[in-house]
Design a protein around this ligand. Sequence first.
Ligand code: ADP
Length: 447
Amino acid sequence: MFGKVLIANRGEIALRVHRACQEMGIRTVAVHSTADNTAMHVRLADESVCIGPPSARDSYLNMAAILSAAAITGADAIHPGYGFLSENANFAEMVEAHGLAFIGPTAAHIRMMGDKIAAKDAMRSLGVPLVPGSLGALESLEEARAVADQIKYPVLIKAAAGGGGRGMKVARSEEELEEAWRVARTESKAAFGDDAVYMEKYLDRPRHIELQVLADMHGNVVHFGERDCSLQRRHQKLVEEAGSPVLTAAERDALGAQVTKGLKQLGYRNAGTLEFLWQDGQFAFIEMNTRLQVEHPVTEMVCNVDLVKEQLRVAAGEPLGYTQEQVRFSGHAIECRITAEDPETFAPNPGRVDMYHAPGGLGVRVDSALYSGYTVPPHYDSLVAKLVVHGQTRSEAIARLKRSLDEMVVSGIKTTLPLHQRIVADPEFQAGDYTIHWLEKFVSRGH
Ligand code: ADP
């Protein structure tokens, strides 16, 4: 097992990785920008190295500085968390070229899945069902028109290099196509330096259901069931559940069997998530994330597994700690992403947290790097806490979520806590009756 792991991230996920390492007797190295001198991950890590100024480009995305920090501290592996460099194939390559282990998939698989067109090609060849759309990139507006005529409006133009919902535009009719084509390409070029786009049928009432997988270096691939992440605003997840309120165990098993077989064929390793849209009982693959996800705790709660420890173990060459038969699903878990934003306008609201009080009790988990007196810096993602609850049934989980939200205090900054309180009280949410469009409508109703 590794002796020392460098955590190339910040915030709650840096803490999450640190905690798994500590419990395994692995020493940790935190890296941080000057804006994070007093951050919790820096306080708790065994060692810390300042890698640059506040701007992420000059610190958390600065590969040379991170590799230097690993060299001077004698770390033997790097965990990238999510975001930042976690899906950067060049970084994974550089880490390995420096004789360190990258706690994640191979650079080749990161590269393949990072190009959504290549990812869809790979899944098509493995027999995984896809959303109908263009085969490969669209070369011209004429080609876009032809594909749209074939698959019928509404259609979605998506960036091949996409992420975070950027570079994605809907065209409901031929009149809207040119604009969608133009805007998607411009946005994609600006955000990712690449204007390659492709087209998918725009599904009108799907749920977003994703499957968690883990693979070791000995050819074993296991899935840990699904998460329902349909509650989104601007294609960004706000609340996630495991399992999905609409999926049966048989449907989960069937999808899981198909996916694990495909990934075995690919020779995939470490953690990954396959994202699907689900409508009328049909799954359609949209993309694969080659990293740990923000919402991984709901899976941990229902499977009683520590996904980060498993990542560390398989990255060190050990076999997976689970066979598929040993993965058991118990109860129901829900996560709320609490961000430092105005709960109505979603304007970012960083600043000093006067008081922080985390809820507790049976079945309650809070992953957060907050503390009283901490100042949330304005330079990074606005996620400040993940409140995760587990119950024996979905209705127990909802009751637990409600009382935990009521217990939780984050004062001094605005957070989305009040929005989550409204969601959890809503009868449609309580009935599990929602699609990916539900939350946008809920928010615009201003309930
Ligand atoms: P990103 O990588 O930018 O997050 P995804 O491909 O994962 O993009 O899609 C993000 C979200 O956008 C999905 O969870 C879903 O809500 C919506 N979406 C994506 N593709 C479609 C589609 N074909 N039809 C309807 N909604 C879609």
